[in-house]
Design a protein around this ligand. Structure first.
Ligand SMILES: Nc1ncnc2c1ncn2[C@@H]1O[C@H](COP(=O)(O)OP(=O)(O)OP(=O)(O)O)[C@@H](O)[C@H]1O
Ligand SMILES: Nc1nc2c(c(=O)[nH]1)N=C(CO)CN2
Ligand SMILES: [Mg+2]
Length: 238
């Protein structure tokens, strides 16, 4: 995504959620530094997986399991990109995603298990996950770093990319758009007000109404995916 375009979304998000831009910058610098010595992979590995292909992209909404079952029955060899804790649902179904896009607030056991078994992890730095970045990134392998600050190039953060996008789910889509996927086929992208245990590992029931902030985040996710609809072919699984 063009960073001038992203900056407009980003400024609105910062204002709307009251996030601290300086903390986003701090987090990006910390992730960039950790990646200097971590088990990172070249960005072209993502390009090789995605370019010119149809890709499945999965969020962690209530339709997640139903949609995994649909793609299992299709039995097609299509790259799978998943948002954070949606990886747990794939693991339960015996599927290892090709790429997991995460700010490390999903089910970490599932993320580490998928990572051990081959998933590339695109770890996102934002102002509210600095401790998780410090704790977990050195223990992961095959990592790509992402951030949300528009001016990361000027700061010379060589180990990071900003593909555009805000929540894990819409960032999966921006990543696939960045690497020129032919088509995005979306599952588990319900948006709305209901969240699952795959999105919030500590909730008691399978599905609950999300808190106000989560619901607002999901509105942005939908808005950002709508932005992409004019730019790339997108299908929603039903
Ligand atoms: N109804 C839904 N509930 C949860 N996630 C959804 C839903 N619909 C779409 N998604 C997508 O699935 C992704 C799941 O990732 P995750 O639950 O870790 O969210 P996140 O982006 O880290 O936000 P948060 O900071 O609120 O956890 C979301 O980012 C969102 O884009
Ligand atoms: N500063 C900040 N940035 C974010 C946050 C968050 O909680 N704080 N959550 C995100 C995932 O939805 C993406 N970006
Ligand atoms: Mg997350």
């Amino acid at each position: 995504m063009d960073m001038k375009e992203w900056e407009k979304f980003y400024n609105k998000i910062i204002e709307d959620f009251g996030f601290d831009k300086n903390k986003d910058i701090k987090s990006a610098i910390i992730l960039n530094n950790i990646l200097e010595n971590a088990d990172k992979i070249p960005i072209k590995n993502l390009k090789n997986i995605i370019e010119g292909k149809e890709v499945f992209i999965f969020g962690a909404g209530p339709s997640l399991k139903k949609h995994i079952k649909i793609i299992k029955n299709l039995n097609k060899d299509i790259p799978i990109i998943v948002a954070d804790g949606a990886s747990k649902a794939f693991l339960e179904e015996g599927i290892i995603p090709d790429i997991i896009v995460s700010d490390l607030d999903g089910d970490l056991n599932a993320i580490f298990e998928c990572n051990k078994r081959g998933s590339i992890i695109v770890v996102h730095a934002h102002g509210d996950n600095i401790d998780k970045i410090k704790k977990y990134v050195p223990k992961l392998k095959n990592v790509v770093g992402s951030c949300q600050i528009p001016n990361y190039m000027e700061l010379n953060l060589k180990n990071l990319v900003n593909f555009g996008g805000f929540t894990d789910g819409d960032r999966c889509c921006f990543l696939a758009y960045h690497f020129k996927a032919k088509k995005l086929i979306l599952g588990g992208m319900d948006f709305g007000i209901y969240i699952t245990k795959y999105s919030r590992p500590n909730i008691k029931s399978e599905i609950e109404i999300g808190d106000e902030i989560k619901i607002k985040k999901l509105k942005y996710a939908e808005k950002l995916i709508n932005y992409l609809k004019n730019r790339i072919d997108i299908e929603f699984l039903k």
